[in-house]
Design a protein around this ligand. Structure first.
Ligand SMILES: [Zn+2]
Length: 110
């Protein structure tokens, strides 16, 4: 007796198209563009914040958030416990949303 033939793959899978992550080159259906806090500096009455736009898959984005959050613990010092949940927690939650970011969808025309 013959085994049943596997179901043919659909010609076009439902959902967003797969796009290549510019950091790890893996295809993803959730390419994210987020503005992240790259540098936060607090020195008594002086403070400085620099943000940068990052395009990456959720995995690369979470890694970037973790590294940046750890690197900013010293320059942000006493502000870190207050600023970190906003600066890193919100983008972290956004990496769990399915689908591409609006900026990415506009850029590739999907
Ligand atoms: Zn990636």
């Amino acid at each position: 007796m013959n085994a049943p033939a596997p179901a043919p793959a659909p010609a076009h899978a439902p959902g967003p198209p797969l796009l290549e992550c510019p950091r790890c080159a893996r295809p993803t259906a959730s390419l994210k563009h987020l503005r992240l806090l790259q540098l936060g500096l607090f020195a008594w009455l002086f403070w400085y914040v620099r943000t940068v736009g990052v395009v990456a898959c959720p995995r690369c984005m979470r890694r970037r958030l973790l590294v940046t959050a750890l690197l900013n613990t010293v320059p942000m010092n006493v502000l870190w416990p207050i600023a970190a949940p906003l600066a890193y927690g919100i983008p972290l939650l956004l990496t769990f949303r399915k689908g591409h970011s609006k900026v990415v969808r506009r850029a590739v025309g999907v």
